[in-house]
Design a protein around this ligand. Structure first.
Ligand code: PNS
Length: 160
């Protein structure tokens, strides 16, 4: 079975992430969307909330599993018997960080391959951070995040 891991913070999941997931799931038998538990960060959504929003957004895809992880990504990847990490690339600005992470992950575990999918043009400017900022300041994010995420943003940020 070809199993891949799509890791990230997903705080919250956006339609850009969904696009990467829907495209990469076609390439593997199983895709695990793995949410990083990072005690050093203070996310808007708890890990449980983030996982629930991902599950709700992808409930039509039986070969997508949602999980969380702590520590090194490569340890998690080998623990679930996968050897591919999926990452999305939006712009040139993503390249430097992604290149650094990919090389470090490869050094930590040479059996792991990192596969990059270029973002679809319509989502190339999206990030979870931009969504939270725009929504928090009263902007419309319809069509940029799944409906369940928009509803949860409304609940969290108590916007009228
Ligand atoms: O959605 P993000 O925040 O861009 O995802 C970053 C993520 C979770 C992929 C990255 O921070 C990560 O893999 N963290 C786990 C710690 C780790 O393995 N670090 C070494 C890689 S250089």
């Amino acid at each position: 079975m070809k199993r891949a891991v799509y890791p990230g913070s997903f705080d919250p999941i956006t339609n850009g992430h969904i696009d990467i997931i829907r495209r990469s799931v076609k390439l593997f038998d199983e895709l695990i969307v793995a949410v990083l538990v990072n005690p050093a960060k203070s996310p808007l959504f708890t890990v449980e909330e983030r996982m629930e929003l991902i599950k709700e957004s992808l409930n039509d895809l039986p070969n997508v599993k949602v999980d969380s992880f702590t520590g090194l990504l490569v340890h998690y990847v080998s623990g679930v018997k996968a050897n591919v990490i999926i990452r999305g690339l939006r712009a040139v600005s993503d390249f430097e960080t992604e290149f650094q992470m990919a090389l470090m992950n490869k050094r930590l575990n040479s059996d792991v391959e990192i596969v990059f999918l270029m973002t679809s043009y319509e989502y190339s400017y999206l990030s979870s951070g931009v969504i939270k900022e725009v929504f928090g300041l009263g902007g419309d994010v319809t069509g940029l995040v799944p409906e369940c995420v928009e509803a949860k943003l409304l609940e969290k940020m108590r916007r009228k």
